[in-house]
Design a protein around this ligand. Structure first.
Ligand code: ATP
Length: 210
């Protein structure tokens, strides 16, 4: 099974890295592919350039076995739709089960994603719990209630199919966001221990987020 972890990673931080590692271990994933979005369709353009975000991610995951940087969304023209990303991965990887890893906040917005109903045909969806979000919040959205009624599974079932399951996984709760890291840099505060030193070094050398 291969994990797919998309985001703006502006910058990547321990709130991305630790949950990704825990999901990798819990599900026995051969790989977790970090896929930074080129042109995120649902938000403003990232503050750091694509090449800076790639450099920061590369530095963060370099030494971790199974963590892989996947540049396909950055290289593609136009908005970075996850459905296109999964279609291209499916073409490349054949029948390998794919697991799209989403924080709970991202999961709550899923019905707004382009052709979102197709995502579950192409991969499993693995939802990690994120601080500050009630686990019952999805019930306000009938589309998510339907999705879970039809697709929620136990962890052990996932590997049996290439796609089609939704699971919730508990991960260590780390109240870290890229937004707050960018704010702290602007305010001249230390960002140490929120993200890897190798990433901080790049931010400082290149004066990103100043
Ligand atoms: P921003 O503050 O700029 O919105 P972010 O820190 O939320 O950024 P993204 O790159 O937008 O990071 O998030 C990518 C994915 O990582 C999403 O699925 C999101 O839910 C998840 N994620 C981000 N931060 C955390 C965290 N602290 N704990 C668990 N999941 C997280």
């Amino acid at each position: 099974m291969i994990g797919i972890f998309g985001g703006t990673f502006d910058p990547v931080h321990f709130g991305h890295l630790r949950p990704a590692l825990e999901v990798q271990q819990m599900l026995g994933l051969q790989q977790v592919r970090f896929i930074p979005s080129g042109h995120p369709p649902h938000r403003e353009m990232p503050r750091a350039s694509a090449s800076q975000r790639l450099a920061m991610l590369r530095a963060a995951i370099d030494e971790q076995p199974g963590f892989v940087l996947d540049e396909r969304e950055i290289r593609r023209q136009g908005p970075s739709y996850m459905v296109d990303t999964l279609l291209s991965l499916r073409e490349e990887l054949g029948e390998t089960p794919l697991c799209l890893i989403l924080g709970y906040d991202a999961f709550l917005n899923l019905p707004d994603w382009y052709r979102w109903e197709q995502l579950i045909e192409l991969s499993h969806i693995v939802v990690t719990h994120r601080p500050g979000w009630l686990l019952t919040e999805y019930r306000a959205n009938p589309e998510l209630v339907d999705l879970l009624e039809q697709h929620q599974q136990s962890l052990s079932q996932l590997g049996r199919q290439q796609a089609g399951g939704v699971v919730f996984v508990p991960v260590t709760q780390l109240e870290i966001s890229a937004t707050s890291i960018r704010r702290q840099i602007r305010d001249g505060e230390s960002i140490r221990y929120l993200l890897p030193d190798s990433v901080i070094e790049i931010i400082e050398k290149q004066h990103i987020y100043r």
